[in-house]
Structure formats: structure tokens, C-alpha cells
Design a protein around this ligand. Structure first.
Ligand code: SF4
Length: 224
């Protein structure tokens, strides 16, 4: 893992606050298992009870877009995931996404679903959380974002309990998500993967049950 430099740029116009840039195996969504460069932006306005990225809430270092792209290029990896925190909490994230796409990377964005997605570059694959009641942040779901999903985008429910599961299941019908690419993922160390898989099978749900591969590989270690 490489940490951003400590230098403070004179102007922040072409900068973002970055917690870390690192190379790892994508642990979630459709590219799970693929080597990926992660750019973790600092800051998040949410406080999900299961958050594993609290270290990204504060701190970080200002980096210019050129510096970010330089570090990403050093890994010689075609996949780049922009994550957080909540990356879209920094408005200039949109510029970074476009710069990465223009540079030829296959770019994904992991977002809480609480910030408007209308302006996200259409070349970016969005992995959008739907916050469940047990997350503690359910009222933050910006349901209008569903109209901004492209066919390659994915919706992720992190499920903490059977009540959460039943709520998520009800959203599939009431929000017309049946045809979307939906992931049900058990909250780490809060729900058994097997329980979730059995509920999905019993209910004949057309969703993907998925664990966080990086947690199996490395546990709850930052920068992995
Ligand atoms: S949205 Fe993500 S980074 Fe923010 S508190 Fe929730 S889990 Fe943590």
C-alpha cells in the first residue's frame, strides 16, 4: 500500500483528499476476484453501524489529479475502483472519474446511494448501496438514484438480520428491482452467509449472494 504524499498543493482546484491508493483483489460485486487499484477518498456523511472504513472519515492528504493518475499507473492494472468513505462527498470526484475513463481504465464507483448520481460519467460502473434499516442509515437512501442506473450498474444490500432481509426482499418488488443486478451481502460477523443463502433460495429470489472476498483473504485490514 502506498500513502499519498504530505505536500499541500497551492490550489485545491485539481485536487481531492485521499486516504489511500492501493492494489488488491476486488472483494465485491461483478469484478470480485480481479486485481484492482483502489482509490479511497476521504470523508463520508453517513455513519453505518457496520462501517469498516471509519479510518477514512477524517484525515487524508490532498493530491492533484495528475499525482493520483501517476500512482494508479504504477500498478499496471486495467481496473480502478473509486471508493471511500463516500467518494461523491467530494464534488471533484466526478472529474477524477472522467480522467480515469479518458486514460483507458475500466472504472467502478462504490457509493452509499445517498448522493445524487445524475452527473456520474456514464462510462463508470456504479455499485450503489441500498442502506437497510439495521445499517442505521436507511433514511439516507436517495431513491431517485434508481433512474440513473445503467445496465452494467449494480445495487448492493448489506444485510444484518432476518428483519433486514425481509425489508430488502420487499424492496425488490415495491421498487421494481427484479430486473436489476442486485447483490445481497451478509454484514461481516453479524449474519451467517449460509443463513442468507438459504433464505434467498427458499424465496426463489433472483439476487446474487456475495461475501466480501478481501475479508476472507485478509480480515478487517485497512488497505487490503
Ligand atoms: S456509507 Fe460506507 S463509508 Fe460511509 S459510513 Fe456507511 S459503510 Fe462507512
Amino acid at each position: 500500500m502506498e500513502r499519498p504524499s504530505d505536500s499541500v498543493p497551492e490550489s485545491r482546484e485539481n485536487c481531492l483528499k485521499i486516504t489511500e491508493i492501493f492494489h488488491s483483489v476486488q472483494g465485491e460485486a461483478r469484478d470480485a476476484g480481479r486485481p484492482t487499484v483502489f482509490i479511497r477518498l476521504t470523508g463520508c456523511p453517513l455513519r453505518c453501524q457496520y462501517c469498516d472504513s471509519e479510518y477514512a472519515f477524517y484525515g487524508g492528504q490532498w493530491m492533484q489529479f495528475d499525482q493520483i493518475l501517476q500512482q494508479v499507473a504504477a500498478y499496471h492494472t486495467p481496473l480502478v475502483c473509486v471508493t471511500g468513505g463516500e467518494p461523491l462527498a467530494q464534488k471533484r470526484c466526478h472529474q477524477l472519474l472522467t480522467r480515469l475513463c479518458d486514460a483507458g481504465y475500466r472504472v467502478s464507483l462504490e457509493t452509499s446511494g445517498a448522493i445524487d448520481l445524475a452527473e456520474v460519467d456514464p462510462r463508470v460502473v456504479k455499485v450503489v448501496d441500498i442502506k437497510t434499516p439495521d445499517s442505521g442509515e436507511c433514511p439516507r437512501n436517495l431513491w431517485d438514484n434508481l433512474q440513473h442506473l445503467n445496465p452494467a450498474d449494480q445495487l448492493k444490500f448489506v444485510i444484518c438480520s432476518h428483519d433486514d432481509y425481509r425489508w430488502a426482499r420487499s424492496q425488490l418488488g415495491s421498487r421494481d428491482l427484479i430486473e436489476k443486478d442486485v447483490i445481497f451481502s451478509p454484514s461481516y460477523q453479524q449474519l451467517e452467509l449460509r443463513d442468507l443463502a438459504e433464505w434467498v433460495l427458499n424465496d426463489r429470489l433472483n439476487v446474487r449472494v456475495q461475501i466480501q472476498l478481501h475479508k476472507i483473504l485478509w480480515g478487517d485490514v485497512p488497505g487490503k
